[in-house]
Write a protein that binds this ligand. Sequence first.
Ligand code: DAH
Length: 340
Amino acid sequence: MYDKLNEIREETLRRLNEAGDEKELEALGVSVLGRSGALTEILRGMGKLEKDERAKFGQTANLVKKELEDAISLRREKIAAAMQEKRFALEALDVTEPGVRKRPMGRLHPMTQTYRTIRDALVGMGFTTFDGPEVEYDEYNFTKLNLPKDHPARDMQDTFYVSERVVLRTHTSPCEARALLALEPPFRLVIPGRVFRVDEADASHSPVFMQMEGLVIDRNISLADLKGTIDAFVHAVFGEEVKTRFRPSYFPFTEPSAEVDISCTMCGGCGCRVCKGTGWLEIMGCGITNPHELENCGLDPREWSAFAFGLGVDRVASLRYGITHNRLQYENDARFLGQF
Ligand code: DAH
């Protein structure tokens, strides 16, 4: 019996170290100390022994039982500690590690980039920025600019009327009238803004688009001032190698008026699909401010002279970046805009 007891003791202690988790340990405990466990069986068999023998063996068996119980509970604590250790390791968070999820960087819209390039070139020549309302009086949008009611040139721009006297401005030119009335000449202004026209959206049209107006008023302004200024910012946007050409045109608010072409940014002037074989691309209107506009704004055209220009910022951005469909600039798809 002693041999058997010793065998159980050693076997249990050995298997104890092999028990990897709480469950295996529990099973081992039951198989030894449980109601029909190996040790319990032996204790039960003690009844067959002589009285003295029984007492002696009982003592030994109880010592072994106590030893095994202690060993099991010690092992249980060890397993629990190891489990906790493992969990801590899994849950550990290194707060000094740099974040892995990068936030995408925002980009400036191609129109914003283009506008800023032009503006910065002009600011370098003494221009300041000016602003006006998008919902505008007919008076400023047309009348003061030498486009009286029923003037046929009003048809050049299909207009959203808000009321008899109020329109969504069709160009940034009404800000010329506002500036001439509000500011003391001489001054040089760059005026960006949204403008509106009754147009179906297609590859090159949008009912709302961005324009930029320039206005310089001083004494003895000449066409040379206009050409030099335009050349300077065209080169800032398109590069020094790009040529400009001034073509006579008509605008009610300038006299003489011109349209500015640049040598084609795609083919360099040889003729291609973009410039329709001409080698030139039209980018803006300009001219010497019509004396009627100055008079309409309370200035004496014998004392003051001015020049002005107006361009579609979206169109210039399209040419600058090779965007084939202007409309893409108004859809605000970040995958598209992120390319510039
Ligand atoms: N306002 C004109 C347009 O919308 C563009 C323009 C032409 C503006 C000549 C000017 C100018 O200031 O002098 O098409």
